[in-house]
Ligand binder design. Structure first.
Ligand code: URA
Length: 220
């Protein structure tokens, strides 16, 4: 699977960079030695993610937070990374920001939280809730891309700048880009503020309310 192959290659290049290499002609791995395919069902994909040790976050996590919700959801929400409550329960967005996200889904989109699918850019908690490193995010991205391929959401709501950047590659700040529609080849993204940001900056809630009304208007 090309994405997983690229992720492994990138991980090994980051490791070589950390060791001080600026150039390398090392062949990082022999492709034929590895089974690089990701499973074709969400259940099997989750089983594989639960055993993942591709990056250092696996050393400090308690549980892998794969994602949860409707496997054929029209709307997918993607956050940044699990926090402490998510790490201990294995479920995404169950802490304070999760409570706010649930209210946003149920009060604005008028659907149950179980009707959408919720996941993160990285599936394991970064220690101290720091932002995932590029190496961690790109290493984990094949799981997210496979989730998107299997669920086929009509819209992906990127929660915050980190989720937006890793879904689109666009570095525009979340304050400027929120509420706009970004089309990638296989999916469409609408960015809005992360619930944790809204907890710290309640005056921005009205902007997210508008963004979600737009999401609602695009739902079938
Ligand atoms: N913040 C996130 O980005 N994701 C979670 O699952 C919880 C908090």
């Amino acid at each position: 699977m090309k994405n997983l192959k690229n992720a492994l290659l990138l991980k090994q290049l980051f490791q070589l960079k950390q060791l001080g290499y600026q150039y390398t002609d090392i062949t990082p791995f022999k492709e034929d030695d590895l089974d690089l395919s990701l499973p074709g069902t969400l259940d099997l994909l989750q089983k594989q993610a639960n055993q993942c040790h591709l990056c250092d976050l696996s050393k400090t996590r308690q549980k892998v937070v794969f994602g949860e919700g409707n496997p054929s959801a029209e709307i997918m929400f993607v956050g940044e990374a699990p926090g402490a409550s998510e790490d201990s329960t294995g479920k995404p967005f169950v802490g304070r920001s999760g409570e706010l996200l649930t209210k946003m889904i149920e009060n604005v989109l008028l659907v149950s939280r179980n009707d959408v699918y919720i996941t993160n850019i990285v599936k394991c908690r970064p220690p101290g809730n720091r932002e995932p490193t590029p190496s961690e995010a790109y290493t984990c991205k094949p799981y997210l891309l496979k989730q998107i391929e299997l669920i086929k959401p009509k819209l992906i709501v990127a929660l915050g700048g980190t989720a937006y950047f890793y879904l689109t590659g666009d570095e525009t700040s979340i304050g400027k880009v929120r509420g706009s529609i970004f089309k990638k080849e296989h999916y469409t993204v609408i960015p809005t503020y992360h619930p944790s940001y809204l907890l710290r900056n309640p005056s921005a809630k009205k902007d997210t309310f508008e963004d979600l009304l737009k999401v609602k208007s695009l739902m079938a």
